[in-house]
Design a protein around this ligand. Structure first.
Ligand code: 5RP
Ligand code: MG
Length: 209
């Protein structure tokens, strides 16, 4: 099981300092969607340069131009790129084709997918091997969590690595590990903790106990 740190709403200089401090406790550095809007793929390049031993996920949430956008993110140094599961299957196929060229991984983010089980079957049939259960920030504000969707995904998926995101914290982490998530994504609960290093260390300690 891996811990992915989602960096969403802090500037590049603060991100670099934070990642340096939590380096030993995280497996995957996520260049989050709002961070990509703010800093662009230069942030991926800089993190790749400074943290060569870490895996990097670019949370591009691709909705169109799958080949082109995947190529940009992978060329910048990402190991994983996200595409939205609700998009056209042609876009997903484009992302997969470029990822295969680079030997990297496409993670399909299933946010707002109305029929998870049916869509997972279609996605795995075209070669998807990594799926993300995701309760978005706005959905979290309405009281939702990714737990039920994770249960559905675990029973529907035959061949994928499962990522999970959406307001996960140290107290709820065991719920997600118990259900068999492969990668647990945590953003706010580390980035905005009173002590981000202690928060990351606690979660890492639980995952690698
Ligand atoms: C929002 C995202 C976030 O990166 C993801 O939800 C993780 O952050 P948090 O733990 O704060 O929910 O992709 O769209
Ligand atoms: Mg994200």
């Amino acid at each position: 099981m891996k811990l992915q740190l989602a960096l969403d709403d802090i500037p590049l200089s603060a991100v670099l300092a934070l990642v340096e401090h939590v380096r030993a406790y995280i497996d995957i550095i996520e260049v989050g969607t709002p961070f990509l809007y703010a800093e662009g793929l230069a942030a991926v390049r800089e993190l790749r340069r400074r943290f060569p031993e870490k895996e990097i996920l670019a949370d591009m949430k691709i909705m169109d131009a799958g080949e082109y956008e995947t190529r940009q993110a992978l060329a910048a140094g990402a190991d994983y790129v996200t595409v939205l599961g609700v998009t056209d299957i042609l876009t997903v196929k484009g992302c997969l084709a470029v990822a295969a060229e680079f030997g990297k991984t496409i993670v399909v983010d299933m946010i707002c997918e109305p029929d998870l089980a049916a869509r997972i079957k279609q996605l795995e049939a075209v070669g998807v091997r990594a799926l993300a259960v995701h309760t978005g920030v706005d959905q979290q504000a309405a009281g939702r969590t990714p737990l039920d969707d994770l249960r559905v995904m675990k029973s529907a998926s035959r061949s994928s690595q499962i990522f999970v995101a959406g307001g996960i914290n140290a107290a709820t982490l065991p719920d997600y590990t118990r259900l068999g998530a492969d990668v647990v994504i945590v953003g706010s609960d580390i980035c905005h903790a009173e002590n981000p290093v202690a928060a990351a260390r606690t979660m890492h300690g639980f995952l690698y106990r």
